[in-house]
Design a protein around this ligand. Sequence first.
Ligand SMILES: [Zn+2]
Length: 107
Amino acid sequence: MIRFFSPEELYGMPTEEAATFCNERINKLIKSSPFVYGYKEGTHITWGYLDKTITHCARLMFIEEIKKEPCKHEPILKQNEDGYNQRHICKHCGVELVTEWKEKGAK
Ligand SMILES: [Zn+2]
């Protein structure tokens, strides 16, 4: 749970002053949040970039990075543009992979 206010901050404040304090903090948070833009088709709004088709805007709040698990690469052969050579790339993420040669049976 996100705590926007602590009891200590509001302790002893008259109600009106506490409401102003809380509203100012929330408005500051809203103003510091980036916009996203969208256009409405029927009942659905598609969010994207600012352009001439936009009909709506919204604020993005509480943005968190998605921590992804590292890819467990799985090599596949991909034909090069020259049509002759091939290289290994990962089937899942597409990075080019290199082979590590080692003696058979070695760890
Ligand atoms: Zn991969």
